[in-house]
Design a protein around this ligand. Structure first.
Ligand SMILES: N=c1c2ncn([C@@H]3O[C@H](COP(=O)(O)OP(=O)(O)OP(=O)(O)O)[C@@H](O)[C@H]3O)c2ncn1[C@@H]1O[C@H](COP(=O)(O)O)[C@@H](O)[C@H]1O
Length: 106
């Protein structure tokens, strides 16, 4: 169900372009600009990391949802299609991160 939820959420945040920042948090983010949205992604990542280190799985799930939402808003703001990210992940399937890193070192 994960990818479907993300695709639906992306369609929703995409549809918020041009919406009223008074009634839509997503529209408020767009109105604040790319740098602010990127900063929010960083803040939510730090909050997720802190909950992970604390070992609080419920809080980590909530912060991870905040992080993914803000990341999708950042993609939409920049016109990045989530399909491009999904295909990157698909290309990497079956390639160990250890092997990939070795292939980058000469
Ligand atoms: N998934 C989310 C989602 N996750 C988190 N948030 C909001 O993200 C904000 C994060 O809290 P913060 O305290 O960091 O934000 P803040 O108080 O505004 O802080 P600053 O921006 O001032 O730093 C909260 O207002 C949350 O409600 C979300 N807001 C919206 N969505 C989805 O986006 C859809 C469209 O939302 P609207 O654009 O508001 O209609 C919703 O139906 C949801 O599906």
């Amino acid at each position: 169900m994960g990818a479907e939820v993300l695709d639906r959420l992306f369609a929703t945040v995409q549809a918020r372009k041009g919406a009223d920042p008074e009634t839509s948090y997503t529209a408020k983010l767009y109105s604040r600009g790319t740098a602010k949205i990127a900063q929010k992604v960083g803040e939510e990542a730090v909050e997720a990391i802190l909950e992970a280190v604390r070992g609080d799985k419920a809080a980590l799930a909530a912060e991870s949802a905040d992080l993914l939402y803000h990341l999708l808003v950042l993609w939409a703001d920049l016109g990045l299609d989530p399909a491009d990210v999904w295909s990157k992940l698909a290309q990497r399937e079956g390639t160990s991160g250890i092997d990939e890193k070795k292939s980058r070192k000469v």
